[in-house]
Write a protein that binds this ligand. Sequence first.
Ligand SMILES: Cc1cc2nc3c(=O)[nH]c(=O)nc-3n(C[C@H](O)[C@H](O)[C@H](O)COP(=O)(O)OP(=O)(O)OC[C@H]3O[C@@H](n4cnc5c(N)ncnc54)[C@H](O)[C@@H]3O)c2cc1C
Length: 465
Amino acid sequence: MTTQAEISTKSKAKFSFSLGKNHKLLIGYVTLLMLPFVAAQILDMDFKGWYVSLLSLINILAMMAFFIQFPLSSRIKQLPLFANIDWSMNQHKQIGKWLGIIFLLHPMLILAPRFFVSFDDGVISLIKTLTAPQMLTAIIAWVLLILWVLLSIYKDKLPMRYETWRLTHLLGFVAITILATLHITSVGRHGQFQDQFNLVWWGLCGFSLLMVTYNYLLKPTRLKHQPFTLKEVTKVSCCDWQVTVEKQQGDDFYFEAGQFVWLNTSSSVHGVNEHPFSIASCQNDLPKISFIIRELGDYTNNLDRLTLGQQVYIDGPYGSMSLNDSMQAKGITLIAGGVGIGPMLSLLRGLVSNRETRPVRLIYGNNSLEQMVLLDEIQKLTQQMPHFKLQLVCQQLVCQKVSEQYKIYAGVVDKQCIENNIDLTQADRWAVYLCGPKPMIVAVKHSLKVLHIPNSNIHYERLSF
Ligand SMILES: Cc1cc2nc3c(=O)[nH]c(=O)nc-3n(C[C@H](O)[C@H](O)[C@H](O)COP(=O)(O)OP(=O)(O)OC[C@H]3O[C@@H](n4cnc5c(N)ncnc54)[C@H](O)[C@@H]3O)c2cc1C
């Protein structure tokens, strides 16, 4: 039976309005986006009718959004607005698509009114625009931008290595940024007449290029002086490896259980040969850090070629999952899909080292039992917490005996499976940590919503951007 106190807590949760982390980030983003528009108002531009003013507004906002794409993809831990990498990369991708559409339409929207006045007038304006020498930078930038946005959208379908795409993406957008800034400051409605306004755009262009220089030149040089050593590469399931590295020297490495880093095992600290992996160990295991890595592509399929004792470089930690988010929770459920077990192991080890006494559940799903990693170690961790339960979930049928030994739930991590492992009378007081492939995150988040677990209690990491 539900007590009065529980009813009161539930209704408070229902009616109190508080801004979530993502809402705050969105407000920060929109504020930043508006700055050049506010500058344009302060500089008091001529009003040339509502259509031109509306186009100006769209162009200024789009150009600012274009510049913000650089910090969004730059892993800047020091600036809170850009420190949540999952949020930043998601915005970077979504906004990139919108910018592609806006800039594709940009010349058409400018020339459209002339076509409405007279078709011949429109054709003459179009020819003049295409042949004007000062429009050359704009035309090149426009073609490159549309091509590069398409390359990004369809990158997974192209016969191109991820690293090649990343380098092309970077160089292409640096070129587009310079060309587009030249265009807006020489031909743009504001830039043509306002030197102060041009300073805003050149400042933003310079800041974007500085960010690229920091990420690809300055930061790697710093990382070079803080190397790690490769200690262990062991196969821990039919398709997963445990990779362990050890810190050599330099400052202490502090991370929160559940965070991830970019790991570079190539011979050069510069370049684009780094991959994001979640840390599977916890702070107590330092100076060693371990990862669970699933074979997926050209890098992860060749981990056995790495040489023990070689130097590796680590950029991080990043990511916003943290056990601090569940300090007030009555219980904790960790849900891992496939290689999502990496950060969940880190959280589990963190909970063990904190001597956790609250109920803790680990729901760990994979296609088959052969894909499960470190089950013996997980069983041992089970014994170190008084209220810990493990629920394995397998899609492929397993034999009755094995199924009984591990009490395997047949299927995927669905609503029923979560329901079996959560105290439903206190569902709104439990924290859920979730990590796995994108479709699994979407499906589990939906089940959690149906089970009335508030969004603010769900902390998740997708294993892709
Ligand atoms: C935050 C985060 C945490 C992750 N944690 C883990 C983990 O703990 N264990 C694990 O096995 N995998 C993890 N991944 C996924 C892992 O990064 C990719 O599987 C790996 O980089 C694939 O590299 P590849 O060359 O073998 O495959 P590829 O065939 O080159 O790439 C396959 C896909 O992986 C992604 N990818 C590849 N390289 C990069 C890169 N440098 N940066 C970003 N994405 C890339 C791309 O979406 C690409 O389409 C994580 C990903 C993210 C974003």
